[in-house]
Design a protein around this ligand. Structure first.
Ligand SMILES: Cc1cc2nc3c(=O)[nH]c(=O)nc-3n(C[C@H](O)[C@H](O)[C@H](O)COP(=O)(O)O)c2cc1C
Length: 378
């Protein structure tokens, strides 16, 4: 079934971009839990360290970041998208954190939409930048040369250090104008990995990557996985908001039924850690420096936050700046309280307590690495 069979197409790609922004700020679109509240940091009240000697920097895909943090994929293509991307890029450059742009499909198809993405390379010339395209764009294109050209164009548009490909099968099913067509996707991603010779990141959009998916991605050589699990922004809620006036009540209920789907971010991170030896970005409901610290302690290389940056960018750059400063401060405090001079020590030398129901889940899913991690005592 094509979603377009549902009726007359009431949206354009331009209106969709701003609808997503609007829908995600006017109502609470966080759904479920990340499960991060189920793990606890064991602190040390006599750390042999001064807070001023703490180093939160990390190297990620060839760039040095001041924090293990990337501004997540959000938008681009419209006037509003341009304003948001400008602010986010300025903040990324100022703090030397990463930035991933929203899907560039709109700009690959419409010259007029390109400026809202180019602004990222203008405002953030030196920090880590990640280009972004979607799974259906790759799966539906038959011409392999066109796929590679499209990827190169997306990278060139923002002078990106890496390319993110977002996997969003559930969103494609729920999006009115979605294209739930993923046949040949993996072989196409493999082709991109081989031909592009740039790091390829594969990400979800809020439903999490399972260990089965991670194994498939590992086999085709992707450089990094961004888990984008459940517990943060939920596209089931966003897409329901968009279609509420154009579909009947029966179909609208489908959105409520399917809102239970998604792998919590903590579980997704642990599943990916088990199968994947490349770089791992923890995301989906990461909201604070405490979440960043827990993700790094479990084994993530960096983290990514999306919607909270959008909300603050709409209020102006100062709110975004203060948010990054807050996350940095919270992370430093956790590092101080665990005697961690740097992120390696935070990852390797600290103690985590996990609630018994989560330990049971780890056992059920055969997540040996995470079990070893939480059993480890310094
Ligand atoms: C308004 C909005 C637009 C988004 N657009 C994209 C996109 O174009 N490409 C993409 O890969 N992810 C997109 N995402 C998903 C985010 O990158 C992220 O994976 C997801 O929101 C979970 O993170 P969060 O809980 O921190 O928001 C979007 C999210 C929001 C809120």
């Amino acid at each position: 079934m094509s979603n377009r069979e549902l009726g007359q197409e009431p949206f354009t790609i331009f209106s969709r971009k701003d609808d997503h922004i609007l829908a995600s700020i006017i109502s609470n679109v966080d759904m479920g839990s990340t499960w991060f509240e189920k793990i606890h940091i064991i602190t040390d009240s006599a750390p042999d360290i001064d807070i001023s000697e703490i180093d939160t920097t990390t190297e990620f895909l060839g760039k040095r970041l001041s924090l293990p943090l990337i501004i997540g994929a959000l938008t681009g293509g419209t006037d509003l998208g341009l304003k948001i991307n400008k602010i986010l890029a300025q903040v990324a450059e100022r703090f030397k954190i990463g930035i991933c742009c929203g899907s560039q499909r709109i700009a690959l198809e419409n010259e007029s939409a390109r400026e809202s993405f180019r602004i990222i390379k203008e405002e953030a010339p030196s920090t880590l930048k990640i280009a972004n395209i979607g799974a259906p764009q790759i799966a539906l294109e038959r011409d392999e040369k066109k796929i590679i050209d499209m990827c190169l164009e997306a990278i060139d548009m923002i002078d990106a250090d890496a390319l993110a490909i977002h996997l969003n099968p559930l969103q494609e099913c729920l999006q009115y104008e979605g294209e739930p067509s993923f046949k040949n996707l993996l072989s196409r991603i493999e082709l991109i990995v081989k031909e592009l010779k740039r790091p390829i990141i594969v990400k979800e959009v809020g439903y999490g990557i399972s260990r089965t998916t991670a194994r498939k991605l590992s086999n085709i050589g992707v450089a990094a996985i961004e888990v984008a699990g459940r517990g943060g922004t939920c596209f089931t809620v966003i897409e329901k908001y968009r279609v509420q006036n154009v579909i009947d009540r029966e179909l609208l209920e489908m959105y409520d039924v399917l809102s239970e789907l998604g792998i919590p971010t903590l579980l997704s991170l642990c599943e990916v850690l088990e199968e994947f030896s490349g770089k791992i970005i923890a995301s989906g409901g990461i909201r604070s420096g405490l979440d960043v610290a827990k993700a790094v302690m479990l084994g993530a290389d960096v983290t990514s936050i999306a919607r909270p940056f959008l909300e603050r960018a709409l209020e102006g750059i100062e709110r975004v700046v203060r948010y990054v400063e807050r996350i940095s401060r919270e992370l430093r405090i956790i590092m101080f309280l665990t005697g961690s001079r740097n992120l390696r020590e935070l990852k390797e030398n600290t103690e985590l307590l996990v609630e018994s129901d989560i330990l049971e889940v780890f056992k059920m899913r055969g997540l040996r690495k995470c079990i070893e991690r939480v059993m480890r005592c310094t």
